[in-house]
Design a protein around this ligand. Sequence first.
Ligand SMILES: NC(=O)c1ccc[n+]([C@@H]2O[C@H](COP(=O)([O-])OP(=O)(O)OC[C@H]3O[C@@H](n4cnc5c(N)ncnc54)[C@H](OP(=O)(O)O)[C@@H]3O)[C@@H](O)[C@H]2O)c1
Length: 176
Amino acid sequence: MKAIVAVDRNWGIGRDGGLLVHLPGDLKYFKEKTLGKTVVMGRETLESLPGSKPLPGRDNIVLTRNSCYEAGCPLCHSEEDLLKRPDCRGEDVFVIGGEQVYRMLLPYCDTIYVTKIQGEYPAEKFFPDLDQSDEFEVVWESEPVEEKGVAYHFVEYRRKQGTDPGAEPGDGGSEK
Ligand SMILES: NC(=O)c1ccc[n+]([C@@H]2O[C@H](COP(=O)([O-])OP(=O)(O)OC[C@H]3O[C@@H](n4cnc5c(N)ncnc54)[C@H](OP(=O)(O)O)[C@@H]3O)[C@@H](O)[C@H]2O)c1
């Protein structure tokens, strides 16, 4: 699995059920990476999307514990339920948030695409700080981009050799 996320300087990712800042160039990058792939998200993130609808052009899977929930795409009601699905592991599966789901699935991810926004926002949701992690290292960084007065750049993290990308269900997420 891979994950893709936009973070501010403090690894903040959202507040009030939405993103910290809307950057068209980042949304384009997200679309390029995920189009034609499987995306896995939490119910809160689904509800933050336009019309609370699954993303077009991708196979969406939504996590919710509510067995009556209707998302317009396949649902999973637990981590085990998700990991049992044959289409949920591998290169073409992107974890797209939010905080709960990133933390839960980070142990299964080997590549993380991080958009690093050079600012601080009053976030209430966070991604684990990969720069403090022993498990991930930076393998690529883009040149800086500036949009709407906001500077950001794209960074690719890879899981270090010897750390375990295939943790067993129930191991839980990193709190780092
Ligand atoms: N910056 C970024 O790149 C980015 C990306 C995505 C999201 N975000 C932001 O992140 C925030 C949302 O994050 P969040 O942590 O509040 O919510 P979330 O992770 O999107 O969704 C949480 C929900 O997922 C379901 N869930 C979680 N673990 C589960 C499990 N083990 N089994 C079954 N269902 C499970 C539950 O749904 P039920 O309550 O229905 O049971 C839970 O309430 C928003 O502000 C959003 O804009 C930012």
